[in-house]
Design a protein around this ligand. Structure first.
Ligand code: TYM
Length: 334
């Protein structure tokens, strides 16, 4: 708790082009929860270097992502929006938590397996301990709730296990966080292969709608989405392409999948697909316009970066000092 409010933490990597999956699975929920909680939204640039990055490009993407958080509707005066690398406590706590995490646990992480298969020439130790840094992010702020897409659930489970292990040894040090998974949109699939999640790193750009895609591109991608020959709009696993489009339409319009199915009862894919395109455009266009406007205001964004890094440092240092004391590091002399 901070004051009267429970704490929310979440983050996103500034790697690749953000997709509609990132927006519907995470960012959109962040905005809807932001009044209820004391929120920390981090641009997790330290996680990004587990994969080789071009430095200038990473810096640019990190700033764009931070700007995008604000453009999506997160008020940076009320929510702490900051770069992970500006708060040294993340790395310090991650080191300590590394000593409370087992190799076997990390070996089981499916994202590690996927990413090491994809980047076989660079399976570095950071890629392996990545989930521990994520646990440090969350536990540093004593987060009660962590809104994420389904793909992050395994990391969340690990975070809970580490927190409980530490608490069992040293008393109630960490809040054990709960995941928050949205009702629709928690796993948006590729438009070209609905058995795979929509991903920033997909080689086929037609599989993903990027947040900065222009309206024509969005419409074209929706119209070309892989479906089936059933020719009926039903929400079922046997029609994964249509199910995914129903999820996208529902998440963008605020309807339930059942309401969407009712709305398009008796209609064909030729009518449904452009409607999905329109729904996506009506969500992304205002976001893009606000992003373009904010990006021009360098002084404003700079001031947010500075103020919020200070706030995050202040809050996180409290947890860090407590943990350092618990594990037996000597007190600082003032
Ligand atoms: P990242 O950057 O891959 O994704 C950011 C958020 O977007 C969600 N997401 C999706 N949701 C629905 N459908 C999809 N196709 C889809 N693709 C991505 C992710 O679940 C995530 O919520 N390790 C994290 C970043 C992180 C973090 C944290 C998150 C670092 N520290 C602490 C929460 C708390 C990651 O790589 O997310």
């Amino acid at each position: 708790m901070i004051g009267e409010k429970k704490v929310l933490f979440s983050g996103m990597q500034a790697t690749g082009n953000l997709t509609l999956g990132n927006y519907l699975g995470a960012l959109k929920n962040w905005v809807s929860l932001s009044d209820e909680y004391e929120c920390f939204y981090s641009v997790v640039d330290m996680h990004s270097i587990t994969i080789r990055q071009d430095p200038a490009e990473l810096r640019k993407r990190a700033r764009n992502l931070l700007t995008l958080y604000i453009a999506a509707g997160l008020d940076p005066k009320k929510n702490c929006i900051y770069y992970q690398s500006h708060v040294s406590g993340h790395a310090e706590l991650a080191w300590i938590l590394n000593c409370f995490t087992y190799m076997g646990e990390l070996n089981r992480m499916t994202q590690f397996k996927d990413k090491s298969a994809k980047h076989a020439d660079n399976i570095n130790a950071g890629l392996f301990t990545y989930p521990v840094l994520m646990a440090a992010d969350i536990l540093l702020y004593q987060a009660d709730v962590v809104p994420v897409g389904i793909d992050q659930m395994q990391h969340l489970e690990l975070t809970r296990n580490i927190a409980e292990r530490f608490n069992n040894l040293y008393g109630d040090v960490f809040t054990v966080p709960e995941p928050y998974i949205g009702k629709v949109g928690a796993k948006i699939m590729s438009l070209q292969d609905p058995s795979k999640k929509m991903s920033k790193s997909d080689e086929n750009p037609n599989g993903s709608i990027y947040l900065m895609d222009d309206p024509d591109t969005i419409m074209r991608k929706c119209k070309r989405a892989v479906t089936d020959s059933e020719a009926c709009i039903a929400y079922r696993d046997e029609q994964p392409g249509i199910k995914n489009l129903i999820d996208i339409y529902s998440a963008c319009t605020g309807k339930t999948p059942q309401e969407t199915v009712a709305e398009f009862a008796g209609k064909g894919y030729g009518e449904f697909k452009p409607a999905v395109g329109e729904a996506v455009i009506s969500v992304l266009k205002p976001l893009q316009d606000e992003f373009a406007r904010l990006s021009k205001d360098k002084a404003y964004i700079d001031s947010i970066i500075k103020e919020n890094a200070e706030k995050a440092s202040y809050v996180s240092t409290k947890t860090l000092r407590k943990v350092q004391r618990k594990v037996g590091f000597p007190d600082r002399i003032r």
